[in-house]
Design a protein around this ligand. Structure first.
Ligand SMILES: CC(C)(COP(=O)(O)OP(=O)(O)OC[C@H]1O[C@@H](n2cnc3c(N)ncnc32)[C@H](O)[C@@H]1OP(=O)(O)O)[C@@H](O)C(=O)NCCC(=O)NCCS
Length: 161
């Protein structure tokens, strides 16, 4: 069984409200991270059609603020799928609703793992790639995965010392 990248793509939009904001009147980084985690989870749920948990988040960048009263848009799609793990790329945009101006404000890669009822990793459908861009993203995500697993191994060895 295989699914396409387009089967699990997510786009969420909401208005930044005062209770999401810091004293500068821009959205808290933690709130942006929560929205990114939700979008990536829905993408991975849609692909796996079973429970998923966040295993790692990396290359998180906050390139610019989103102000109270602006729309915040969060887009998420799959770059890579392994046996039980999936890499979702998440991008965040602000939109000034009066002028229509849009800016990309944050990006990250989130790895989610599909788990069974006992919380054990479980197999997910293959990712059927349809374009050269998807194939390129898949290849690059595979390289990032290798780095992540190296880092995980390093942390494990440090903990064991
Ligand atoms: C994520 C979790 C299920 C992995 O369990 P584990 O026993 O380490 O499983 P494994 O070593 O067999 O790895 C399972 C898969 O996850 C991947 N993985 C595990 N840790 C990872 C990490 N830090 N970064 C990227 N991938 C990771 C493995 O590469 C493997 O992928 P594959 O099946 O596609 O080959 C487990 O660590 C966990 O439950 N973590 C807590 C999750 C959580 O509570 N998240 C926050 C709330 S949602």
């Amino acid at each position: 069984m295989a699914r396409h990248v387009s089967d699990s793509r997510v786009e969420m939009t909401e208005i930044v409200m005062p209770n999401d904001a810091n004293p500068l009147g821009t959205i808290f980084g933690g709130r942006v991270m929560q929205l990114m985690d939700i979008a990536a989870s829905i993408t991975c749920f849609r692909h796996a059609r079973c429970n998923v948990v966040t295993a790692s988040a990396d290359s998180l960048e906050f390139k610019g603020p989103v102000h109270v009263g602006e729309a915040i848009m969060v887009r998420s799609w799959l770059n890579w799928v392994g046996r039980s793990s999936m890499e979702a790329q998440v991008e965040v945009f602000s939109e000034n609703l009066l002028t229509g101006e849009r800016r990309r404000t944050s990006t990250a890669y989130l790895t989610m793992v599909a788990v069974d009822q006992d919380g054990k990793p479980t197999e997910v459908p293959r990712l059927e790639l349809e374009s050269d861009e998807e194939r390129m993203r898949f290849r690059q995500a595979g390289e990032r995965r290798t780095q992540r697993l190296r880092l995980r191994e390093k942390h494990r060895m440090e903990e064991a010392e």
